[in-house]
Design a protein around this ligand. Structure first.
Ligand SMILES: NC(=O)c1ccc[n+]([C@@H]2O[C@H](COP(=O)([O-])OP(=O)(O)OC[C@H]3O[C@@H](n4cnc5c(N)ncnc54)[C@H](O)[C@@H]3O)[C@@H](O)[C@H]2O)c1
Ligand SMILES: [Mg+2]
Length: 389
């Protein structure tokens, strides 16, 4: 809601439930007097009355957005209401609807009305909209949902036959996410990977593992409940460590036989139950290349949707300079080796997922993958000072 719409209607504040919109003039004076930066988007907040004063706690756009999403996850009625003014990303058997222009893909959004028309046209029950999952919202609190037009549909055979007609109607194509991910902008890529992971999780958790009864999704899709024993199931991610090992001058890259031809990456592996991140890094490096980690340093993390939802935890690690002889575990890897700073820097510069390197040179994972960021960090600062493992 635009703050300026209410400028003439209020003195200092406009109350909306427990939220307030502060009159822009009041805000400007107040912030100027207090030396705040006016470019900060502080206009929503919480008010309480103390004696003759109103106390305001201003909240940033990020905080109000987060609180709004929390409310939609907790309150089915609020979430259903948000669908009226919300927008929907569409999927078909977990492939998102995309529109292509040149090398780039875009993910179109549809209003509730457009979605109802589409479902009616293809003979599907509009009740299906309740299968959609909440994946985010705009700064103006337009809620964003994702719906798979085929999964869980009672008329799934029919729906799959209608795929091409739907694509024509929607002026796009349902494209495998693996194929499109690296040609999407970061925001769409993040929303679509979240959406796909959540839709896949719901599809795979239709029944209670204790009672065998069908589970019921809440409106936002943030959980499923078994009506007979009230067990609540929440969407899950598997923790995975990804480690770039260095001996001080070179870094260790490896490939699995399932990787695209010529691609090398950092070492990765699922955490075992009961393990800390540090223990998982030490074990994976020992298991896959037969080396003992000496120091490690956390870098960053990333949600990764393939093949199921993982939380990738990225680290830099070192081994002792004298103990660098690799023993590749051929059950896990096809090849592994040490690469010089120059070799990796050159590969990083030339890296292009559309024209994979010719003439036997290796190439690295694309920018959106955390492995790429880890390798880039090492190239830019090869001698970081990690902690003992
Ligand atoms: N985003 C990135 O930059 C990036 C880079 C590399 C790998 N990855 C991802 O990391 C993941 C793990 O890498 P990996 O394949 O080398 O792991 P890994 O070395 O642990 O080997 C995989 C094997 O581990 C076992 N395993 C144990 N727990 C598992 C679980 N929860 N789910 C599936 N298998 C389990 C299975 O036997 C499987 O075959 C892969 O899914 C891959 O997609 C992401
Ligand atoms: Mg591995």
């Amino acid at each position: 809601m635009e703050l300026l719409d209410f400028y003439c209607q209020c003195e200092n504040v406009l109350f909306m439930g427990n939220k307030i919109l502060i009159d822009i003039q009041f805000k400007r004076n107040h912030l100027l007097q207090n030396g705040f930066d006016l470019t900060m988007s502080l206009y929503c907040g919480i008010a309480c009355r103390r004696k003759s004063f109103w106390c305001f706690r201003l909240l940033s756009t990020y905080v109000t957005k987060t609180r709004y999403l929390f409310e939609l996850k907790e309150d089915d009625d609020a979430c259903k209401k948000a669908q009226q003014t919300g927008a929907f990303y569409l999927f078909h058997s977990l492939a998102p609807l995309l529109q292509k222009s040149g090398h780039q893909y875009q993910a179109p959004r549809h209003s509730l009305l457009e979605l109802e028309r589409l479902l009616a046209k293809f003979g599907q029950d509009t009740q299906r909209i309740e299968d959609s999952v909440l994946i985010g919202c705009s700064e103006q609190h337009e809620a964003w949902f994702a719906l798979d037009l085929v999964l869980n549909s009672s008329s799934s055979i029919n729906a799959s036959l209608q795929k091409s007609e739907m694509e024509t109607e929607l002026k796009g194509s349902f494209t495998k996410l693996r194929k499109a991910l690296f040609q999407l902008n970061t925001k769409d890529a993040s929303l679509l990977t979240t959406a796909q992971a959540l839709l896949r999780w719901h599809d795979a958790h239709q029944f209670c593992s204790r009672s065998g009864q069908p589970t019921k999704k809440n409106m936002a899709g943030s959980k499923r409940v078994c009506p007979s024993n009230k067990i609540i199931y929440y969407p899950q991610m598997a923790p995975v460590v990804i480690t770039l090992v260095s001996d001080g001058t070179r870094c260790l890259l490896a490939r699995q036989s399932s990787f695209p031809k010529g691609m090398y990456s950092a070492l990765a592996g699922f955490c075992d139950i009961g393990e800390s991140m540090e223990e998982a890094v030490r074990r994976e490096v020992a298991e896959e290349v037969g080396l003992e980690v000496e120091t490690l340093q956390y870098s960053a993390s990333q949600h990764w949707p393939f093949p199921n939802s993982s939380l990738m935890i990225a680290c830099h690690a070192t081994v002792k300079p004298g103990q660098t002889e690799i023993q590749v575990n051929l059950k896990e890897l096809e090849a592994a080796g040490w690469f010089s700073h120059d070799e990796v820097a050159t590969a990083l510069r030339k890296n292009n997922p559309y024209t994979q390197q010719q003439n036997g040179t290796f190439w690295l994972p694309p920018k959106l993958a955390i492995a790429h960021q880890l390798i880039k960090e090492w190239v830019e600062k090869p001698s970081c000072s990690p902690l003992p493992a």
